[in-house]
Write a protein that binds this ligand. Sequence first.
Ligand SMILES: *Cc1c(COP(=O)(O)O)cnc(C)c1O
Length: 398
Amino acid sequence: MPKLNENYQNLKESYLFVEIAHRVAKYTEANPDKKIIKLGIGDVTRPLEPIALKALHEGVDAMASSETFKGYGPEQGYDFVRQAVVDYYKENGIAIGADDVFISDGAKSDTGNIGDLFAKDNVVLIPDPVYPVYVDSNIMSGRQIEYIDANAENGFLPLPDKNVHADIIYICSPNNPTGAAYNKEQLKAWVDYAIANEAVILYDSAYEAFITDPELPRSIYAVEGAKKCAIEFCSLSKTAGFTGTRCAYTIVPKELTFKASNGEDMSLNSMWNRRQTTKFNGASFIVQNGAAAVLSKEGMAQCRENISYYQENAKIISDMLTKKGIRFFGGKNSPYIWFECPNGMESWEFFDYMLNNIQVVGTPGAGFGKNGQNFFRLTSFGLHENTIEAMERFDKLF
Ligand SMILES: *Cc1c(COP(=O)(O)O)cnc(C)c1O
């Protein structure tokens, strides 16, 4: 009989989106004539940019003749795509090396798989509320998790506590689910803390393209010293609408080395390279061809059109919350709007209240951690007309 990884018994049932779907289905069954507007899930709705479609088609055409056919590619990604990431960072004023870049099929897989590089015996620091992948992947490996509170008092942007030691720190900025984004000074506090603790920061910048405030850093490498302590995960899912197309990139700087117990230096870049070449066979050539196209200047200009569309939705939602005097976070440098449930309601109570009275579906904050108990997440990824109608209904709710 195989001995199982019994850490799986320690996972909480991931019931958030299942429970939402269940409650919506039940309501629809009882009220088939009511139109439900969904502003809950974190998935995009705009079609791909023309430049992406063209490059994806060209990728398919390349497969049609033996001269241009592509079989297995480099596990780390094609050089032209790694270089496109380097050039994209350069546009944002940040210098990284092409061999620090690893192309993959998603940031969810990379943030989940990165744990392969670390022993079980580490203190992992994770903010609450949080994107569930960080928590569950560490529980699967049996690691000890310390939570740090993100709450209204700290603007959902917790800063390091010098009295608490951590070895591995997860940061997501702009944040899912709270929409809060760290400024450079705050990120520097984390980098300084990581260096003082000889810790590593796992930085998820999946929403960097939604940053409009030029003062806010779009990469942790905007902070001096970060290359010595941080891995950055980014994805084209939200930037370019690639949630169904699948392409992401992870930056593991060669400066990132730690002493092993035998005194030898170990490089996280070499380890990740070894991990990927062993367990991953590269993202699809066709998709990478599309990725390089959207990472170009022209591609990013097209991406920004879609992002502006979502940002208008975010403004429609934010304006309504402001009008109602409801405290909220995000919505400005993020597609998410995270607000306090009115009249002291708890998030699931508010979920039912909205569903029953105005048929608008969002995500209860409690699903992301204990600090989300009285908060609610709406996304700007819906259609304009639906967002407008949802807010008109919301206006009549109170
Ligand atoms: C959407 C999202 C991602 C992107 O994941 P992919 O696997 O690349 O689609 C990464 N991190 C967070 C926090 C997200 O919300």
